[in-house]
Design a protein around this ligand. Structure first.
Ligand code: C2O
Ligand code: CU
Ligand code: CU
Length: 508
């Protein structure tokens, strides 16, 4: 791979990297001559940015007596990343925004003030709350300068875990998240787990655009799904995490990248997965790596190697290569995705007095399993990318349609259990995200999934399938499902779902 000069690197994002040639039956895409992102030219990380500071935690806002009231302002502003001052978009001037720490049953009131130059709104990703009115309603629009008061009510049996918030204004989602608008939501366990420390790791990617702000991206990068040139943990470049030998920490990790898949590894330390998204396994699973599609979260136990000595050792939290496919057209579209390189995300320094082995881990409640449930409806969501006729460019569709907020694509009954076959005829992976209702992953590429696994983002592999079951227990209303490569969502890979009927018995 030919290294790019920093100057070239910084301008790449702003280039229109594809030109259009009108062909007989539609459009052909061709690369412009000055375009240097070839099939294996993954953009090099930017130089001149220095990492290594201790990992920070975002400020935390906690509910008291069942209520959290928060003012959130989304606005552009300066941030120091890797020792340089850059312009980002941020909630309450923080990168990430504050962590909201909640209990099941809480009411959360968020006054969102839009300090951006364009419309925005707020989505609480993964929360099982009503999508109507001023709940988790993706159709709300907050104009520049305006304020909107959201009011979320968590059911008393809401699952604990890590969730997150981000803007959801169709057409602008990728730009705004890429700019820095994201924050974590933690719903506490009823019994705290026996760990020495808990950390939140919000992983995002970003390309600075100098004083002018966040780098803009061209059409080909949007089609491929943009990947930022800096990968940040809590807004920091390669921060350092200090831990004592034998110590067990709980890391709650969210993939807030617009398009980048994170195949995480931490060689040399013990890793156990407690769960993904809001799903929790009965007992932690030993893992070597964890794959997070954009939007996914991992609840991870990290046990530092017990060296028996006080020598300091180091290891590295890495994102390993993951091939999520290319936008196709015989490589004309810019080739494979950039995440085909290994990236160092954070360093882990093990030092100090060894601590004795942690107490045995409490068994978690057995998760609900829909494999034995009576399925009331089956449907297929077919993900496709195709050339538009008459100047529309590449179309990103679900069941042949691009997003139209006035159309309802899928109608379900509250109280029903549905099975969805997710199929993908395109040469790129598409991670499906459904709002409000989590999905139980039943099958991937025709192979049954053994464990009970609940996720709210399910990867649909290039040319492959996934099968999920969903219990629409409660919350009538209209909301959306979409590809969580947010450039694809903005390009139309989103549908509207409406749940009809009264709330199921027992639901609040
Ligand atoms: Cu994380 Cu509809 O989004
Ligand atoms: Cu969501
Ligand atoms: Cu996609």
């Amino acid at each position: 791979m030919k290294p790019l000069s920093r100057r070239a690197a910084l301008t790449l994002g702003g280039l229109g990297v594809a030109g259009t040639v009108v062909g007989g039956a539609g459009l052909l895409w061709s690369r412009q001559p000055d375009q240097s992102v070839g099939p294996d030219a993954a953009p090099a990380p930017l130089s001149g940015y220095v990492g290594g500071e201790p990992l920070r935690q975002p400020p935390e806002l906690r509910s008291t007596d069942g209520l959290l009231e928060v003012q959130l302002e989304a606005a552009p502003g300066p941030a120091v990343i890797g020792g340089r001052t850059v312009t980002v978009l941020a909630y309450n001037k923080g990168l990430p925004g504050p962590t909201l720490r909640l209990q099941p049953g809480d009411r959360v009131r968020v006054g969102l003030r839009n300090g951006l130059a364009e419309a925005t709104n707020l989505h609480v990703h993964g929360l099982h709350v009503s999508p109507t009115d001023n709940g988790d309603n993706p159709f709300v629009m907050v104009e520049p300068g305006a304020t909107f008061d959201y009011d979320y009510r968590l059911p008393p049996d809401h699952p604990p875990g890590l969730f997150w918030y981000h803007p959801h204004h169709h057409g602008l989602v990728a730009d705004q998240i890429f700019g820095g608008l994201y924050g974590a939501i933690v719903i506490d366990d009823s019994e705290p787990l026996p760990v020495a420390r808990e950390r939140v790791l919000v992983i995002s990617d970003f390309t600075p655009g100098g004083a002018a702000g966040v780098a803009s991206v061209g059409q080909a990068e949007r089609m491929r799904g943009r990947e930022g040139r800096l990968v940040l943990v809590n807004g920091q470049l390669k921060p350092d995490i200090g831990i004592r030998p034998g110590e067990c920490e709980r890391w709650r990790i969210v993939n807030s990248c617009v398009s980048r898949y994170l195949r995480l590894s931490l060689a040399g330390q013990g890793l156990q997965l407690l769960g993904l998204d809001s799903g929790r396994f009965e007992t932690p699973r030993d893992v070597e790596e964890v794959l997070l599609a954009p939007g996914n979260r991992a609840d991870l136990l990290v046990t530092a190697a017990a060296t028996g000595t006080t020598t300091t050792t180091h290891s590295t939290l890495r994102a390993l290569p993951y091939d999520r496919g290319s936008a196709g057209m015989g490589g004309m579209m810019g080739g494979s995705s950039p995440s085909t390189a290994t990236l160092d995300l954070a360093s882990v320094t093990v030092s100090g007095e060894p601590v004795p082995a942690a107490s045995a881990f409490p068994r978690q409640p057995a998760p609900r399993d829909l494999r034995g449930a009576a399925v009331t409806a089956r449907r297929e969501l077919a993900f496709a990318m195709g050339m538009g006729m008459g100047g529309g460019g590449m179309r990103f569709t679900i069941n042949g349609e691009s997003f139209d907020g006035d159309r309802t694509d899928t109608t379900v009954q509250t109280g029903s259990v549905e099975e969805w076959l997710l199929s993908n005829s395109s040469p790129m992976d598409h991670p499906l995200h459904l709002h409000v209702w989590p999905m139980q992953l039943i099958e991937q590429n025709g192979r049954a999934v053994e464990a009970v696994q609940w996720q709210d983002v399910v990867n649909v592999p290039a040319g492959g399938t996934a099968r999920v079951r969903i219990a629409f227990d409660d919350f009538p209303g209209r909301t959306v499902y979409h590809c969580h490569i947010l450039d694809h969502e903005d390009l139309g890979m989103m549908g509207v779902i409406e749940a009809r009927g009264g709330p199921a018995p027992g639901a609040g």
